[in-house]
Design a protein around this ligand. Sequence first.
Ligand code: Z57
Length: 821
Amino acid sequence: MTPAPCDLGNSTDSLKNSIINHLRFTLGAYVESASQNDWWVATCLAVRDRVMEHATKSRTLHRQSGVRRVHYLSLEYLMGRLLENNLRNSGLYDATKQALGEMGKDLDVLLDSEPDMGLGNGGLGRLAACFMDSLSTVNLPAIGYGIHYEFGLFRQEFVNGKQVEHPDAWMRDGSPWKIARPSYRQTVQLYGRVVQKFDDYGHPRSEWIETKSLLGLPWDIPIVGYDSHTVNVLRLWQAQADEDFNFQVFNEGSYVEALRDKAIAETVSKVLYPNDSTENGKELRLVQQYFFVACSLADIVRRFKVGYTLPWSDFPSKAAIQLNDTHPAVAIPELMRILVDLEGLPWDEAWAICQETFSYTNHTLLPEALEMWSVGLFERVLPRHLQIIYRINHSFLEGDVEAKWPGDAEKKRTLSLIEERGGKYVRMANLSVLGSHATNGVAALHTRLLCERLFADFYALYPDRFLNLTNGITFRRWLDVCNPQLSALITETIGDSWKKDAALLRQLDPYADDPAFRAKYAKIKRDHKVVLAEIIQEECGVTVSPDALFDVQIKRLHEYKRQHLNLLNIVTLYREILDNPDADFHPRVFIFGAKAAPGYFLAKNIIHAINSVAAKVNNDPRVGDKLKVVFLPNYRVSLAEKIIPASDLSEQISTAGKEASGTGNMKLALNGSLTIGTLDGANVEIEEEVGSENIFIFGLTVEEVTELRAKGYNPWDYYWANEKLRNTIDWISSDYFTGNAEEFQPLRQSLLDHGDPYLCLADYQPYVDAQARVDAAYKNQDHWVKMAILNTARVGKFSSDRTILEYAEKVWKLPQVVIDG
Ligand code: Z57
């Protein structure tokens, strides 16, 4: 007889019991003397116990019903903290808070002690995390695959205003959220060479021999959706040495030396590459990509083979695979290798399966972010995969390309999977479009530019392959969790259905004119600003007034995002306040959060410049409270959750055509922060939704940027024509801010001598004017609050539930599978 499972109820008493049991039996601690960390771990485990039931049930039902599942392949997942999200989504929040309270523990303190799971850089990684939340919430059968990095994105510190990086040992003490699955360990081959053999029927078969091998150990993290019993998993691979491989070395007596190889093998999943939107190009990065792709595909194929024996032609009806950017694109030749070399399928059949299985999301038009691997490196690490890519390329160029543009060498050059100029490179973006049935952009404007520019020839050849799927964010984390006060106000006003159907937020529209609602909405904003002011005091030692306008720019530091344009305006205002102390200017706090890639010199120079201007402005008695500038160190998901609800103004000021979508823009608008922005990425659609009277749009459009560049852009023209601009740049590059006039020469040179590649000078005056409109608008608080409410009410389109349902319908063709309680 199977004994009854222990009580996993959702009552306060049941939770209390679980937490105490984990303290005693899992952690070996006394309730009386357990540490804060013990309490946090015990609470997570109590929640996890309840979640695992649903995870097992979901997996079993997905398997038994034989439905197609989506496999999301991403090198990055920026999950942030998990406990509060899991509590709110599972409905266990109140009971857990109560249970801990009765034992003398404050849940909020425990929540704030959780380290962020920062296995990503920026937008792309956070999008993957939002998608995982939505997939479970809308009951889609899904598995996320990624790398179990030992070190996530570096921790940032400022020393004398300059960025210093520290390792992020997010799981030095383990993590209660992850579960090892040693029975699903995989072996991966690398390096070696290829030989031709003949199979039993005399057909030629390629064999990859003399390889080095590596093991992949999967760790599963359950993903809890909101008010749904679907619990999907995020499966992250950790690299381990293949012990057998070293056996000979052991026998030669070099036991200790052999363990050095083990350490080398384990470097593969050691650390996340800290670049966002720029290329890496390093051998270890290619090894990381292949390692995680090979483990994931082997896992998908294993699952396809258990239970039933279906012909390979049925593979796509069981498995959809989404490539999150080109980072996992080596999955295309890897699946071909599995099908052709290991399973013996004819090439054309294998190719058809590949195209039906894969789909690809492009996240950028920036040339420096488009992945290209040198053919020499690729051949050394993955010799068989390079052969496969060559064969794909040959069939493509001599087939479809020759048929459409006979004898056109130029077309072949642009469409080829191999770049031939200045050394040979594999073009991962072209491979991704060719090896899949769908390529999507992440905002309407971005998709249009993909079709018109980056992939114009592919679009001419295969127009039906391209589609737009505008990004979204999960409203659970970015409203319910980070702003429970606003979430509660909305729910008491229109009910709680908006949490699963964000379009319903439109029902708030009429309340923008209701003075009582406005007062409550304004008070929530003000309370968050008080809390953020405390954080600013603690982190930066700067006192700011919650009555000032909180102007926020939080995102990775990149020239195209133009934090330096923001800085030009700040320095202009500084001078204006000194020249004209009696001007009627509403006090403002400029708040920055941004990490620079450790090797991105100019980005680091911009951080230093902002911090140096901040130090002067904040300590200048002539400025007083009118202007404060703060750069919060170590920007990350959990810090974003504190800044966003407290923001009044959202800076989305990238050069038009450069920001594929942006998702911070959506989070801020949802929390009632008005956008000052260019017509770039999803800003265009945000304007459409909220109405042009509730957003501050300025600057060159994509078409105007193209035109300006065509006629020859010269930043010096703007410099000489605009005295304020000239004074501003000259002041920044003087010795005023640091005592050393050399310090910000790199920034000055980029703006002038190096041609201002992101057109800061062209957009300077329109930006300064837009900021003046913001200042005027903020003075009418009643109207400002009304605009803020309308932003919250009208951004329902940007729920990642909507995005994910579009993927499911248009790309993956997935059924929703409801798991009952
Ligand atoms: C990344 O975070 C993004 C694009 C990339 O090519 C890489 Br690599 C990393 C970002 C875009 O810059 C954002 O505009 C976009 O919103 C985000 O991906 C999610 O699509």
